[in-house]
Design a protein around this ligand. Structure first.
Ligand code: MEV
Length: 310
């Protein structure tokens, strides 16, 4: 992943291979870091401040300022001016807010004279994530801070962060991420599902538990180097996400496109809803990226884990 100079820090985006949404209800999710993320840069200043990107709406500016102030206060508001440089499409389900939170957390800790461990960066980033999402599961910022493929489970109680177990892959784990249109904010999709599960709790809990089992089976498949089994778990997970009301025609169409291009498994990733990102598992992703790009689809490939070509 990217190297860091003293006042330039990085937070990785993430991709959830298995288990989004059910992770909010205490089940496992399998997620890995992307090589794209958000970079934060800091210069000495009279007071601790965040330079806001001009493109943001008034509401986004207020949210970002509040989240940054919450984290800054916890490290004694070091005298630094922070600017952000996102390399990741924002608000499509790739963990841009978590990446931003981790980049800011690392920068604030460094500016305060501390060398941040992944755990400390995650702890501070969690403060910002709660401002952005209310009661997130914590899978996004934990994956970003640890920069590893993780089998993650949230700790009981909204006030605590969950735990991620590192999942080692003997084979390169390569994905294509393709964007399938605009989507509603994560908060809205999560709230819609919460209302449905409150009305029909047994039915929905059954599906959440099935998805959690798929995430655990997927982690085992990764460790055994069985990419076909991981791909199958992703396909089944997509069916269950559709059953939960989280898929839509643009997402389904992209899922089938990726499968048609040779994906071992493909599914929506992140919050889903009326659009967003789709992830496909590939042995060799580049021909699919070339083909999709030719068709005008915004996409990229990334390696989430496993040995890299030297
Ligand atoms: C968002 O990237 C993943 C969700 O499961 C929400 C969360 O985990 O907080 C939809």
């Amino acid at each position: 992943m990217a190297t860091e100079s003293p006042l330039s820090t990085f937070g990785a985006g993430k991709v959830i291979l298995l288990g989004e949404h059910s992770v909010v209800y205490g089940h496992s999710a399998l997620a890995g870091p992307l090589s794209y993320g958000v970079r934060a840069r800091g210069v000495p200043a009279k007071k601790c401040q965040l330079a806001l990107p001009a493109t943001l709406s008034r509401a986004q500016r207020a949210l970002l300022t509040g989240a940054f102030a919450r984290a800054a206060k916890l490290v004694g508001e070091p005298a630094v001016k922070v600017t952000l440089d996102p390399e990741l499409p924002l608000s499509v389900g790739l963990g841009s807010s978590a990446a931003l939170s981790v980049a800011c957390a690392r920068l604030l800790l460094r500016a305060a004279g501390q060398e941040p461990s992944p755990k400390e960066a995650a702890r501070l980033a969690w403060e910002m994530e709660q401002e952005f999402h209310g009661t997130p599961s914590g899978v996004d910022h934990t994956t970003s801070a640890h920069e590893k493929l993780l089998l993650y489970r949230r700790a009981p109680g909204a006030a605590s962060v969950g735990r991620g177990r590192s999942v080692d892959s003997p084979r390169p784990l390569k994905v294509v991420v393709a964007l399938a249109g605009e989507r509603s904010p994560t908060k809205v999709t999560v709230a819609g599902l919460r209302a449905r599960q409150a009305r029909w709790p047994e039915r929905y809990q059954r599906l959440f538990a099935q998805i959690g089992r798929l995430a655990m089976e997927g982690a085992k498949a990764v460790e055994a180097g069985d990419l076909e089994a991981l791909g199958d778990a992703m396909n089944v997970n997509q069916g269950l996400l559709a059953a939960l009301g989280l898929s839509s025609p643009p997402l389904e169409e992209m899922v089938y496109r990726l499968r048609g291009l040779g994906a071992l498994g493909a599914k929506l990733t992140g919050a889903g809803g009326d659009g967003g990102a789709v992830v496909g598992l590939f042995v060799d992703p580049e021909p699919a990226v070339t083909q999709l790009t030719r068709l005008g689809v915004r996409c990229f490939s990334s390696q989430l884990a496993g040995p890299r070509a030297s």
